[in-house]
Design a protein around this ligand. Sequence first.
Ligand code: ADP
Length: 198
Amino acid sequence: MKQNYFNIVLLGAPGSGKGTQALLLKEKYNLQHASTGDLYRKEIASGSPIGRRAKQIIDKGELCPDELTLDLLYQFCSSCKNTRGFLLDGVPRNLEQAKMMDGIKYPHTIPITLALYIEVDKNVVVERLSKRAVIEKRSDDTPEAIWLRIELYETQTKPLIEHFKTQNKLITVNGMQSVEDVFDEICKMIGFRLVCTD
Ligand code: ADP
């Protein structure tokens, strides 16, 4: 993987709007959307052995094994040509995965330029996910799986905020505004960083 890729990690609770913002950012900055949730859903839809194994885990709201997740991600990123970088959505999901992406106890590196934290209150997350469950009918949007995903986010993923802050890579935006306003805020922050690092 090229070391000069502009790779942005999207951090935030399930339902914080990472996927929505990723689609907007992808167009504006010519980046590739790399969502590990989507990669797993593709494996499940194709009925592959990985998909069959992952479905049992995902439907309960649990996390898939770190190594399997990073292998899927690395394979996807390596297959994308002609991109400036990736919008990493749903990964890293814990400190272990962040270390693996740095090449620690993992044979590949997936360098991270920035981490964009979309901050949303917990009650808003629950409300959004319950609405999405009715519209999208995702099999992991049952009340039990939603609660477990939120809990895993709090315990496993949230510590990454400190991790990226320490590395001076963290950008925080208020996710409780309209989609357009969140996007505007993100673009301003990214623009500022781009100028600063040019
Ligand atoms: P959400 O909308 O809850 O953020 P995603 O669409 O990102 O969920 O992911 C759906 C499911 O796929 C997760 O609950 C988890 O089981 C699995 N998954 C996705 N990314 C990862 C990851 N980085 N590590 C482990 N499991 C993952």
